[in-house]
Design a protein around this ligand. Structure first.
Ligand code: FAD
Length: 393
């Protein structure tokens, strides 16, 4: 069976031109590049530039706004390959999909003003301010307030874990415009704003980097009487949560590709080492205690990849895919973690030596079980919305 005969639902190298293109770029950014950044907590500017110049980050922007107008699966393949090559798409993925809210709900003026510049990389929209320190996953209770004052909104509050905020020109910000006690449904009264950060940094907006387990350039952001023009509102006032949630299936499917790429990297790295490393006069890979965890993780990642592909296909066909998007996020993040654990165990003490990249990738892949949505909240979604069990929170 050649590649063209491979049924769409089975793993195979679809989008081979895109894969080859991404691999060529990644070859210039080997493990040592990512290790140095990790040690210095630095931003991968050169990698982001290479990906932007090659047009990969505009994959999802329609051609009429200067993007490539590719299907979701194609964009996912870009992210998957970055991770399968040992890199990290954390600095690039938001530029791909944060604009989705503007594309779907922005005014014609917003779309014409921002999308072409995001597509060309002149403007970076990679900051997404939703999570807050005191309310966490309970998004509808977030406390950041936006109060209309003539032709401005005045914003007060705080966000946490706003990744890439120091490397972004624009921020998509979720804030409450109507107090919780005045709305009928708690999902009402939240609004989404496209904030031009260049206008407000040091002028109502303060950003502080967070030292974190992984090099994700994440920050906390403070709003102190920050004035933004009314034209920053995206979509309808009070409907912001729904506008943002519209894009969440796409985000979940896309980041699942990163986990699949991680699982591929870990499996490849485990197999290579298990074949090469000789202890007790035999390659360690000859021992079933080493083989089986690698094989089990491989099986889990193959199954997860099928779900990622199904979710991508359903999304592209315009079918409701909340269940599949959540399941693929859950299964792929768990499979990547299983492959990561097998890789660490296979490498014995050398897993801890930074030059092998195993410990870095192990730390990095763990985040997918927490962000952008944690495993528990996916399980709650499945229990309630798919299986019909009572709401647990
Ligand atoms: C590296 C990194 C980057 C991030 N980037 C961004 C970003 O760019 N923008 C942004 O807005 N956010 C970002 N986040 C935040 C991320 O989305 C949140 O960390 C995540 O949604 C969980 O929220 P929390 O940390 O407040 O945990 P909490 O809500 O405090 O939850 C803590 C634990 O309790 C569990 N839990 C809570 N309630 C329930 C319940 N009812 N049932 C079962 N379990 C429950 C959670 O699942 C979790 O395991 C990032 C986080 C990290 C770590």
């Amino acid at each position: 069976m050649n590649n063209n005969d491979t049924p769409k639902a089975l793993p195979g190298d679809d989008y081979s031109e895109i894969r080859d293109g991404v691999r060529r770029i990644c070859a210039d950014f080997p493990g040592s590049y990512w290790r140095n950044l990790d040690e210095q907590e630095a931003y991968p500017s050169d990698f982001v530039k290479a990906m932007t110049d090659a047009g990969f980050l505009s994959a999802l922007i329609p051609e009429e706004y200067g993007g490539a107008g590719l299907p979701l699966r194609a964009a996912g393949v870009v992210l998957e390959e970055i991770h399968a090559c040992g890199g990290n798409a954390g600095a690039t993925h938001a530029q791909m999909y944060t604009m989705g809210t503007v594309l779907r709900h922005g005014s014609q003026v917003q779309k014409e003003t921002y999308l072409p510049q995001i597509a060309s990389g002149v403007l970076r929209l990679q900051a997404f301010g939703v999570t807050e320190p005191t309310t966490g996953s309970d998004t509808t209770r977030l406390k950041t307030r936006a109060v209309r004052d003539g032709d401005h909104y005045v914003i007060n509050g705080q966000k946490i874990w706003t990744s890439r905020a120091l490397h972004s020109d624009l921020m998509l910000l979720l804030a409450r415009t109507t107090p919780l006690e005045e709305v009928e449904r708690r999902t009402d009264g939240l609004s989404v704003f496209l904030v031009d950060m260049r206008e407000v940094i040091g002028n109502g907006m303060t950003i502080r980097p967070i030292k974190a387990m992984i090099n994700h350039n994440t920050t906390e952001v403070f709003f102190d009487n920050m004035h933004i023009p009314v034209s920053s509102l995206v979509g309808q006032e009070g409907n912001g949560l729904r506008h943002i949630m519209d894009g969440m299936n796409a985000e979940r499917i896309l980041v699942s590709h990163e986990s699949i790429g991680d699982a591929k990297w870990f499996t490849k790295t485990s197999v290579r080492y298990a074949n090469e490393r000789v202890v007790f006069n035999r390659p360690i890979g000859q021992n079933q205690g080493i083989q089986f965890p690698i094989a089990k993780a491989y099986a889990a990642s193959q199954a997860a990849e099928l779900m990622v592909r199904l979710a991508s296909d359903m999304f592209e066909a315009g079918l409701p895919c909340g269940e599949q998007a959540n399941l693929c996020k859950l299964l792929s993040s768990e499979a990547a973690w299983e492959a990561a654990e097998a890789c660490v165990q296979t490498h014995g003490g050398f897993a801890y030596a930074r030059e092998y990249d195993v410990e870095r990738k192990w730390r990095e892949c763990r985040v997918q079980r927490t962000a952008p949505i944690s495993t528990n909240l996916i399980l709650s979604y499945v229990a309630e919305h798919v299986l019909g069990l009572p709401r647990s929170y």
